[in-house]
Ligand binder design. Structure first.
Ligand code: BGC
Length: 760
């Protein structure tokens, strides 16, 4: 997937230097930004304005299908004419500087470029995949992780990330769940805020922060049947209550850009959707940044059946509020004509350009276009020690203990014979996950390497089987042959001779992510068979899962005594897993997505509606259930164990009949009743049992991460206000309705102390 970047080849040999024709008044730092934009726009031709709305790929790594038009030479020529506002996937100070130089020194007005890149979970030093980070419920750590990513990316010349992905999704079939924060809008909103603040820091113009991008606007996580790029049909109340909150939180946190999405929403492609982009985002929410299309999503409106040709697609996109065209190559060819023939009002172009220039000014690019281009900083920052420490910390916090029987965990540090089995245990690439374009292959610490650092035990490693023959999985998964059993015997022998077996099973790094929807959620390939064969010779198994999405593992959940959800934890994976297995770190993660019993349950999520027949009264089939499997998830949202135990007592509500507008105070006592110090995520759920439209059986409305020494008790307090008790109706209107409210406080979405109050 790597291609020689011909733009560079051409430009590095180009000696042409064009004097800028600008009057430069807009470079006066003392003037307010809006005035500087006005001054600059007065100088711009229509072609130059449209140019700002055009974004090209650096042709180095493709993250979508190759464009239908636009040669490298054409892109280069457009760049020199000032017909490009941004480039994506170009990275590294040398390369960024070279391209920026063309924009700044060779074009008529010298407008600097934005350099965008998918910094999704780290740049070169990788954090856990975003879904894993969400399992930490640790907002400070997540913010820190985004700031480490921004530090490295900006040191590499970049000034804009296409992240965070704030798509709520409850369908594990969809490969992109690895990029988001899971199924819950409340947790998702807080994480969106943390990530935006982490990327953008206190000052956008600082050279170690980058502009962030809330994507994909909107409802991409609800693609039908979890099939990538599929259509979405959801109600207005679902859109407002579930999909939009993290986007709104991103706006409130100051996010500077949005990306729209590939899907249609209720029949209208998101890219051409003026309700989303003009009415909600730029209207109701007063968003002052700009919207970039997703890769070729303007052109894709033709395939959707929403536009007749490129001109029609361009007109519809710009009218709907898509400000920048990523890789459709359409605005640059169509918009000038459309304005001249009166189809598109120039004021729409002006609005888009003002928004784009605003972000460029805010980033400080007009004051110093090379502010992110410092070779010394690049060398000192990327992959440095403190970044590695930060991602290790994040990785440990992201691990979720799903089961721990027979006291298998934590492992004893001396005198134990351990067999480590599974191809993923020695894999140094898969733990990097999907979306890690800037990272070098095979740079993760493997679980094998992590465990080898504990020298007191005898560790034997056997692969057992491969997960996939393909490392990158750009081909269709169905074309891969998994049926090699030849290494089973060696693995069984190692297991038989060991006291404890640690098996690392799951997905390779590219089995989730964009374009990786799946209809099977079990362990891929013949790993399930391997697990069952090993179990026959030694059932003392600690199963360590590596995966980018919830997997369905009913057999393991029933039979295997210990299960650790270790996702894809980035560069420091092996160290984090080993520290948890050996008890040097007590796991505290909680699932941000429900794990289904089998794929037929998808989509499955905790905050569902009740139905008219929620339970079985008469021992017959006429109630809402499946006939072959329980309707509950295998592991629910919010669930996760610790090496210690926690007890909840004394749930109190300060006012049992509060009035609307009043703040309700809740408190609960939590005690560490086990043998280890540990952290607990204390969760508050609310249910509105009768309302003008039905409300979910429960909804997360607060949580607190609390550290308790063994034996220690703390009182945890929560506040509830109208904001948490109200909901959006099917007109998009927020209502707070009086009546009963049930509350539950506990360590997961399925158990806790309950009480109720009546809102007057
Ligand atoms: C993805 C976006 C990404 C873009 C640029 C698209 O295929 O959907 O999330 O930011 O490519 O790489």
């Amino acid at each position: 997937m790597r291609k020689q970047n011909r733009i560079f080849t051409i430009l590095l040999f180009s000696s042409m230097f064009m004097a800028n024709a600008q009057t430069k008044k807009h470079l006066d730092k003392k003037l307010p930004i809006e005035e500087r934009i006005t001054l600059l726009m007065k100088e711009m031709t229509l072609e130059e304005k449209v140019g700002q709305m055009n974004q090209y790929n650096g042709t180095w790594d493709f993250t979508g299908p190759k464009p239908e038009s636009g040669s490298e030479e054409e892109k280069y020529n457009h760049l020199k004419r000032g017909w490009v506002g941004s480039m994506l996937t170009i990275r590294g100070v040398k390369e960024v500087r070279a391209v920026q130089k063309i924009a700044v020194e060779e074009t008529r007005l010298g407008i600097p470029l934005l350099f965008g890149f998918d910094v999704i979970h780290g740049y070169k030093t990788l954090s856990p995949i975003p879904l894993a980070e969400a399992a930490s419920w640790d907002l400070e750590a997540i913010k820190k992780s985004a700031s480490v990513a921004a530090d490295e990316a900006s040191a590499s010349g970049l000034n804009w990330t296409f992240g965070p992905n704030v798509d709520i999704s409850n369908d594990a079939r969809w490969g992109r769940v690895m990029e988001g924060a899971g199924e819950d809008p409340y947790l998702g909103s807080l994480i969106a805020e943390a990530r935006v603040k982490g990327f953008q820091g206190e000052k956008l113009e600082a050279n170690n922060t980058i502009a962030s991008c809330a994507k994909h606007f909107a409802a991409y996580g609800f693609v039908e049947a979890g099939r990538e790029y599929n259509s979405v049909d959801i109600s207005t109340s679902k859109l407002y209550n579930t999909v939009l909150p993290p986007f709104k939180a991103a706006v409130d946190a100051g996010v500077r850009t949005f990306m729209n999405s590939f899907n249609t929403l209720n029949g209208v492609p998101a890219t051409g959707n003026s309700f989303l982009q003009r009415e909600v985002l730029k209207g109701d929410w007063k968003f002052s940044g700009f919207v970039v299309s997703d890769w070729a999503s303007i052109r894709e409106m033709i395939a959707h059946g929403y536009a007749i040709d490129g001109a029609d697609a361009s007109a519809k996109a710009v009218q709907a509020g898509s400000d920048m065209d990523m890789e459709s190559h359409l605005y640059v060819t169509e918009l000038v004509k459309l304005v001249k023939n009166g189809t598109v009002n120039e004021s729409l172009v002006d609005d888009a350009v003002r928004r784009i220039l605003r972000v460029k000014f805010e980033l400080g690019l007009f004051d110093d276009p090379y502010r992110y281009c410092d070779e010394n900083r690049e060398k000192a920052t990327i992959g440095n020690k403190s970044n590695n420490e930060a991602v290790l910390d994040m990785a440990k916090k992201s691990i979720v203990l799903l089961k721990n029987e027979r006291n298998l965990l934590p492992l004893k540090k001396t005198g134990v014979k351990i067999a480590l089995i599974g191809a993923l245990a020695s894999d140094k690439n898969s733990p990097l996950g999907s979306w890690r374009i800037a990272a070098d292959d095979d740079t993760a610490i493997s679980v094998l390497e992590g465990m080898q650092k504990y020298k007191g035990n005898k560790l034997v490693y056997e692969k057992g089987t491969d997960v996939s023959k393909e490392k990158q999985l750009f081909v269709q998964e169905v074309k891969i042959n998994y049926t090699d059993f030849s290494e089973f015997e060696a693995a069984k022998k190692a297991a038989k001779e060991a006291e404890i077996v640690v098996m690392v099973l799951g997905e390779i790094g590219f089995q989730s992510g964009e374009g990786r929807s799946r209809t099977e959620l079990g362990l891929p390939g013949n790993q399930q068979q391997l697990l069952e064969e090993i179990y026959k010779v030694n059932s003392n198994i600690v199963l360590v899962l590596n995966n980018g999405r919830p997997l369905s593992i009913p057999w393991a959940a029933e039979n295997v005594p210990a299960i650790v959800e270790a996702w894809q934890l980035g560069t420091q994976t092996g160290n984090a897993v080993a520290e948890v297995l050996y008890g040097d770190y007590n796991p505290s993660g909680k699932l941000p997505m429900s794990f289904p019993r089998n794929v037929g349950q998808c989509p499955i999520y905790y905050n569902l509606y009740n139905t008219g027949r929620p339970t079985d009264k008469d021992d017959n089939v006429f109630w809402s259930h499946y006939n072959d499997v329980e309707k509950t998830p295998l592991y629910p949202f919010g669930y996760g164990l610790s090496y210690t135990t926690f007890q909840y007592k004394n749930l109190k509500i300060n006012n049992l009949t509060p009035k609307k507008g009043e703040t309700i105070l809740l408190s609960v006592e939590v005690t560490n009743t086990g043998d280890f110090d540990g952290k607990e995520v204390v969760q508050l759920y609310v249910n509105d049992p009768v309302a003008s439209i039905v409300r979910p059986v429960k909804e997360l409305k607060g949580f607190e991460l609390v550290f308790l020494k063994k034996g220690e008790t703390k009182i945890i307090q929560f506040e509830l206000t109208d904001k948490e008790l109200g909901f959006y109706d099917n007109n998009g209107k927020f209502n707070v309705e009086s009546g009963l409210f049930n509350i539950m406080v506990g360590g997961s979405s399925v158990e806790g102390l309950v009480d109720r109050f009546e809102l007057k």
